[in-house]
Ligand binder design. Structure first.
Ligand SMILES: Cc1ncc(COP(=O)(O)O)c(C=O)c1O
Length: 413
């Protein structure tokens, strides 16, 4: 079908929208068949006016809810001032944003970027430069150790150290310089670190893998190994960070302090892409003018939104909500074990359930949840993730859990 440029979208039916996407958008996603047009708090509405509880929250980019009034107000003020200057010039939001974000996580400096993948890429570059200039690794030999089952984004370098065949196949040649060891295996990590190793890069909780928590003592062992070998511990908190797990950083649950913290998603308040590499000057200070950059990274609108997010996080309110409501979600999901759910994993308001494969796939469960007014996302065949915005209420969590119970009972036939 054809559409006229700029024509109002209201005339299009859901079928029209799905057809347009199928014909004209690259097929790199297999979205659930829903066409959303509005969002408020934990809820989204499709073009026919049907409401759904958003239990994905854009992979935690919408931690503060759709249309959060504080974030929108900050964005609106900045929209009327200046939105983009490039880093060729200074502006009045950059310094405050970097200082406030660094203080929130106890570091000195921020390298602002846009998407999560850019933050990871930037950290890889910074770690390599730090390795050559500070650690004294011989030129061209820097290695970075990562975990099996990782998800750090989609660029060519990042998929070079993924072990997911879908993410990698036919995208080579791959970037060298990475070693993969099993997540949770501190002995394997110790064996993989040598004098060329500049960093260990990990998600403290593996999100895309299905909310996989680190085994007891693992992150502390990673910290100890990195300290002992003079290796940077880079924590990818792009999905786990900024209150989702009930703490500002997931690492705080395990009482470990990484050298480099990667943030993204929720940092943009669900409004703009904002990501950051956060570290001390000893690490980020290796970058000199001209060695790294981004036209949009650290733009005034992004910084203004990011500052509002930081100030909302500074009160601890959202972290508390994630803890409290996470307990409600966990209790509800635990009650489904044996009723179509085999395993529940969660931290804060971030949960994954493994569905009994005899009943069907995670995708099928998500399609059925859609019909019950709940949007959730499957992963790895039989897992369904639940991560509603942190503004969700306890009764809304009950609504989602009840829907999942009904869906599983239906699937059991
Ligand atoms: C832990 C982690 N790192 C990095 C990324 C990549 O972020 P983006 O999609 O913004 O590039 C993601 C996205 O899901 C993620 O979960």
């Amino acid at each position: 079908m054809t559409v006229t440029a700029g024509a109002p979208v209201d005339a299009l039916t859901p079928v029209d929208h799905l057809a347009l996407v199928d014909e004209h958008a690259a097929h790199n996603y297999s979205s659930l068949p829903v066409v959303l047009s509005r969002g408020e708090g934990a809820w989204v509405t499709d073009i026919d006016g049907r409401r759904y509880l958003d239990c994905l929250a854009a992979y935690s980019a919408v931690n503060f809810g759709h249309g959060n009034p504080r974030i929108l107000a900050a964005a609106r003020i900045q929209l009327d001032r200046v939105t983009l200057t490039s880093r060729a010039f200074g502006h009045d939001q950059l310094g405050p944003f970097c200082a406030e974000l660094a203080a929130l996580v106890g570091k000195q400096m921020v390298l602002p970027m846009n998407t999560g993948a850019e933050a990871v890429e930037s950290a890889v570059k910074v770690a390599r430069k730090w390795g050559y200039q500070v650690k004294g690794v011989p030129a061209g030999q820097a290695s970075i150790v990562v975990a099996g089952g990782n998800f750090h984004g989609r660029t060519t370098t990042i998929i070079s150290f993924s072990d997911d065949p879908d993410a990698r196949a036919d995208f080579g040649p791959y970037t060298p310089g990475f070693r993969i060891v099993a997540f949770g295996d501190a002995d394997a990590l110790a064996d993989a670190i040598d004098e060329t190793t500049v960093a260990v890069l990990l998600e403290p909780v593996q999100g895309e893998a299905g909310v996989i928590l680190p085994p007891p003592g693992y992150l502390a062992a990673v910290r100890e190994l990195c300290t002992r070998t003079g290796t940077l511990f880079i924590a990818d908190e792009i999905q786990s960070g900024l209150a989702r797990t009930g703490a500002t950083l997931a690492c705080q649950h395990y009482a470990v302090t990484p050298d480099v913290i990667l943030l993204g998603k929720a940092l943009g308040g669900g409004v703009v892409p904002v990501s950051a590499v956060v570290a001390d000057a000893e690490v980020l200070g290796v970058l000199r003018p001209g060695q790294h950059g981004s036209t949009f990274g650290g733009n005034p609108l992004a910084c203004a939104v990011g500052r509002e997010v930081v100030s909302m996080l500074a009160t601890g309110e959202y972290q508390s909500r994630a803890n409290l409501l996470g307990a409600t979600l966990r209790a509800g999901l635990d009650a489904l074990v044996g009723h179509g759910v085999t395993t529940v994993r969660s931290l804060g308001l971030w949960a994954a359930v493994d569905i009994d494969p005899a009943l069907g796939t995670g995708r099928e469960a998500c399609e059925r949840l859609l019909a019950h007014g709940v949007l959730a996302k499957d992963t790895h065949g039989s897992t369904v993730r639940l991560a509603p915005p942190l503004v969700v209420e306890a009764d809304e969590i009950g609504f989602a859990v009840d829907a999942l119970g009904t869906v599983l009972a239906d699937m059991a036939g």
